[in-house]
Design a protein around this ligand. Structure first.
Ligand code: ARG
Length: 459
């Protein structure tokens, strides 16, 4: 039975019904809709719309229904009702008859859907937060395992300066911590309850909205009914959190795909996250990482679609808003799966320390050290930079590293050079020099690992 129809002389076209119905996707809000209905029944009892006995009967039928939808969510999707709210009401009528028809007193599907959806977003954010914490821990474990492994650091994808492999790991821990804190912020802002806003103007019953909100685990009630039913900032914020986090995961994927390439050969991905080619027997492809990179576009697509849907929508509720669900219903599980998959990839990474070290030693990545050496000898940095440039050119022309040039060759460019230049050029010295906060020295990276582990224990 539809929730409306009295003022219509004919029913909807089949095509219109299909176009209009949201149950095929909003069945996913079944649990939230029932929990919200239990809370609303409580509020109605408080204002004597429901007697004590009626309230009891309704609530126990709602809990029965909750068990049923948990056991078989897909059965809900195909019941033929217009949306999840109509479905729950119809199912309740089947259980308790006319009493169920009292439940919608003072309530609208507009404040109902806004409430259900906030509950869903809040639960989903919790799953994501847990997964991010696990991924962070995996990165920290890898950083501890590989402490001391030296990796070429890149800018412009040109070898720039050597860094610790663990420093690379901890860079992603930083990003994940920001993802976490952004999500916490979004969660705090979304945690206000629109139930009791009615269709748009507020409810005409003297409901204690604060108590109602707190009963559902919200911080409080939303403060304006027009905004309460039409605000979807929480969807936009969650999708924005997802998009930014996916950007991080896609950059991680790209780094690892490159490190895993035959050309770099810095790591080997585990068999359990790679796949083969149907034609080329030698192939072991980084599919998991490529899919994470690829799915980033899809998640961002959901974010931009939501922004476009909301643009210029007049207050308050409009049916356009029903378009708020499918994107995020796809994006959130996608994000979660990507975090889990990233964790599986990181867990199985085998670092080939000799290859990374050899690459870090190449490409004249210690040239900055040489400029700093000149600074220590009293040469202004800009001048030192030029002198080192000339030396790099000389080394390239002789196909040598900077440390392979003779002291005579150094002196031919500038006679400030002495024998003490050679220790400065050693790769360990390059790493050791980066002692300032955030640098790649073992001490700094170790303290970053320690700080991350301490946070892990707290959360
Ligand atoms: N299925 C609708 C949605 O998802 C529920 C709200 C319907 N409200 C209405 N006034 N038709 O937005």
């Amino acid at each position: 039975m539809a929730l409306w129809g009295g003022r219509f002389s004919t029913g909807p076209d089949e095509a219109f019904k299909q176009f209009n119905d949201s149950l095929p996707f909003d069945y996913q809000l079944a649990e939230q809709d029932i929990i919200g209905s239990v809370a609303w029944a409580g509020a109605l009892e408080q204002v004597n719309v429901l007697s004590n006995d009626e309230h009891k009967e309704l609530v126990s039928a709602l809990y029965e229904l909750l068990e049923e939808v948990k056991a078989d969510p897909m059965a809900v999707a195909t019941s033929g009702a217009e949306d999840i709210h109509s479905h729950v009401e119809a199912a309740l009528i089947e259980k308790v008859g006319d009493l169920a028809k009292k439940l919608h007193t003072g309530r609208s599907r507009n404040d109902q859907v806004a409430t259900d959806f906030r509950l869903w977003c809040r639960d989903t954010a919790d799953h994501i937060l847990k997964a991010i914490a696990q991924l962070k821990a995996e990165f920290v474990a890898l950083a501890e395992r590989e402490l001391g492994t030296i990796l070429p650091g890149y800018t412009h994808l040109q070898r720039a300066q050597p860094v610790l492999f663990s420093h690379w790991c901890m860079a992603y821990v930083e990003m994940l911590e920001r993802d976490e804190s952004r999500l916490q912020d979004a969660k705090a802002r979304m945690n206000y309850c629109p139930l009791g806003s009615g269709a748009l103007a507020g409810t005409a019953y003297p409901i204690d909205r604060q108590t109602l909100a707190q009963g559902l685990g919200f911080t409080g009630a939303t403060k304006n009914s027009l905004d309460g039913v039409s605000d979807r900032d929480f969807v936009v914020e969650l999708l924005s959190c997802a998009s930014i986090s996916m950007i991080h995961l896609s950059r991680m994927s790209e780094d690892l795909i490159f490190y895993n390439s035959g050309e770099a050969g810095f790591i080997e991905l585990a068999d359990n996250v790679t796949s083969g080619s149907s034609l080329m027997p030698q192939k072991k492809n980084p599919d998991a990482l490529e899919l994470i990179r690829g799915k980033t576009g899809r998640v961002f697509g959901a974010f931009s679609a939501m922004m476009m849907t909301l643009k210029a929508l007049p207050l308050a509720y409009n049916k356009d808003m029903q378009e708020d669900k499918e994107g995020i219903f796809d994006a959130m599980p996608t994000w979660l799966a990507c975090i889990h998959m990233a964790q599986a990839c990181i867990k199985g990474v085998k670092v080939k320390g000799e290859r990374t070290l050899a690459a870090a030693k190449g490409g004249h990545a210690n040239a900055t050290e040489l400029a700093d050496y000149l600074v220590a000898k009293g040469v202004p940095f800009r001048e030192g930079h030029h002198i080192v440039g000339v030396l790099v050119q000389l080394a390239i022309s002789e196909d040598k590293t900077l440390e392979e040039l003779s002291l005579e060759q150094y002196k031919s460019v500038n006679d400030v050079f002495e024998d003490d230049v050679y220790p400065v050029l050693e790769i360990d010295a390059c790493i050791k020099a980066r002692q300032a906060v955030g640098g790649t020295s073992i001490e700094q990276v170790t303290s970053a690992i320690k700080a991350a582990k301490k946070k892990q224990q707290i959360t």
